[in-house]
Design a binder for this molecule. Sequence first.
Ligand code: FES
Length: 334
Amino acid sequence: MRVGTTTLEVAPDQTILDAALRANAWIPHSCTQGTCGSCKLSVVCGRVDHRDSPEYTLTAEERERGMALACMATPCGEVTVEPIGAIDESIPRQPLRDHCGTVAEITEIADHTRRLVVDLDDDMAFNAGQYCELVVPSTGTTPGTVVTRQYSMANPPSETRRLEFHIKLTPGGVATERWIFSTLAVGDRLRLRGPLGQFHLVAEQTGPGILIGGGTGLAPLCSIASHALEHNLIPEIHLYHGGRRRADLYDVERFTVLAATDSRFHYHPVLSEQEWDGATGLVTDAVLADFSSCKGMSGFLCGPPPMVQAGVKALKRRRMAPRMIFREEFPAIP
Ligand code: FES
């Protein structure tokens, strides 16, 4: 297969995206599940099998025009594909790899929320904001099917051997209720694939950064904030964390101490369904109330889709340039 100027091997059943990222040939992507459309590309030469590409992401007309979803399609023989749209060459590219690791910590940090820390057997290079796919141990119900779930790294990229994930319980979820919140224990071995995704910190921000997270959408923002502070990449960071109740927030003390000791960092926890001695209401409304203009700033949003969409709207309303708004949505997957 050829991706741009790179020629690479593709294994049977391997998707175009998986093969390309392992060969360090960048294809823009986000969900890797066929739902976001960001990995759409042109099949310039040859044929692909679209597999389970959903019609709502890749229409019949787009297939006719030779388009494909890189995260779903597999090549049928020799193919040449071209990513659609400009590729941001400033983003460091980290090759996708399979990794194994050992659970070093698994603790309850908020209501139905756990911190999972994994010591990898080998290093994994990643960009702050990226995620991994954890391989859920087979339940034996569907032989041959590999179930994976995506979780963002909360640790900075300087920690290449120890990954931290924040995981919310999904009732009935195969990864959460039946594994991470029940049988998974310190010392267990697990497999994962990463890094993935293009949520990232752009180099050399000149203005302050506003980071808005809902629930465990805080995880990639922790990574971004730590990385930015470590390398002095953003002059000022405003971290907003929204939850419904106090029990939904976590690491409050850690961020409060950090804000008191590092003048570049500001912490704003916000509750939408409980009165307390902090801010209340929607986290995006808190941003609107705190800033009369976001011109020259950058925004990073992660959480449930409605929160992310409201956040984008709020930042644009405060005149943040759309190209400086970066987003990652966490849809609920059982
Ligand atoms: Fe989202 Fe392919 S459709 S990455």
